[in-house]
Write a protein that binds this ligand. Structure first.
Ligand code: MN
Length: 291
């Protein structure tokens, strides 16, 4: 299933160009709130049969008639992997934007995760808004996002897949370091609108293997990133297991699994298209922040 949030945080089931309002599957007090998707995920086993009933007995609307919101605007935790594709490590090593101390041996395996502010999340119909920071460079990163389904800690890699709810196409927009300016990753990647998500979450049962998905990213129609999740250094199972040994994971937590090679600058006026095969597609504008 493909699950969305739309208009005033209504829960949507999306099929092709159609969307069904399935908000009534969750408790009334959580409907039309930013936490609606978290509650659907938490109560999924009970909700799933009801979704089929709603779909059979109600009329869908064209997706074009609604405003799509980020499908998961309030993860309790937003984890992200640094340096998780080998060619991306290599391109950063040779770059003017390499963080101080970066080595070729660095990867998510020895660096672990960083956190992005959940407030950086934006939706498929929102623009990426670049703050006015003269002489600084902002880069695009396309990534597979993993949505946690069940509360858990201390997971082995073998246990992880039973705790994954689904997947989402994600952009990890990044302010690059630059000589003396070496802000923490967490800050550089947490500007508002720096984590576009969507357009929907696809449930895990529809993805036979999360480690064989093509990813692609285009800026103004020009191909910039092209890779496959088979080339992840730390795969989904390792990433989530490691995080679960640090802190308890909760339904609706989100993990950005890292970007492949081909990262590059974006500027106001650009348009970014990102695709994760079978998972989803984003097509967002880049603008200058006005505040
Ligand atoms: Mn990233």
């Amino acid at each position: 299933m493909r699950l969305s949030l739309f208009d005033d945080y209504r829960l949507g089931l999306t099929e092709g160009d159609l969307i069904w309002d399935i908000s009534s599957v969750i408790e009334e007090r959580w409907r039309s709130t930013p936490q609606a998707m978290n509650h659907l995920i938490e109560n999924w086993d009970r909700a799933q049969p009801t979704i089929a009933e709603i779909q059979a007995s109600s009329e869908p609307r064209p997706v074009a008639e609604v405003r799509l919101l980020p499908p998961l605007p309030r993860p309790r935790q937003l984890f992200a992997a640094p340096l998780n594709y080998r060619p991306h490590v290599a391109e950063m090593i040779g770059s003017e934007h390499a963080p101080t101390g970066l080595r070729a041996s660095h990867s998510a395996r020895n660096l672990g995760f960083f956190l992005k502010a959940a407030g950086s999340i934006s939706g498929p119909e929102d623009a990426v808004e670049l703050p006015a920071l003269p002489d600084r460079s902002f880069h695009h990163e396309v990534e597979l996002g993993v949505v946690i389904g069940k509360q858990a800690r201390g997971l082995s890699p073998e246990q992880v897949r039973d705790h994954v709810f689904g997947y989402v196409c994600l952009l990890d927009i990044t302010l690059r370091t630059d000589g003396e300016r070496q802000e923490e990753r967490t800050m550089r990647k947490s500007y508002e609108t720096f984590t576009p998500l969507g357009a929907s979450i696809v449930t895990a049962d529809e993805i036979a293997d999360p480690h064989s998905l093509d990813l692609g990213l285009w800026v103004n129609g020009e191909l910039r990133q092209e890779a496959n999740t088979a080339d992840l250094i730390c795969n989904v199972d390792e990433l989530v297991a490691t995080a679960s040994h640090v802190v308890t994971l909760y339904p609706g937590d989100l993990y950005a699994t890292g970007t492949p090679e081909g990262v590059g600058p974006i500027v106001p006026g650009d348009r970014i298209k990102a695709v994760v095969q079978q998972v989803g597609e984003l097509d967002v504008a880049v603008t200058r922040r006005t505040w």
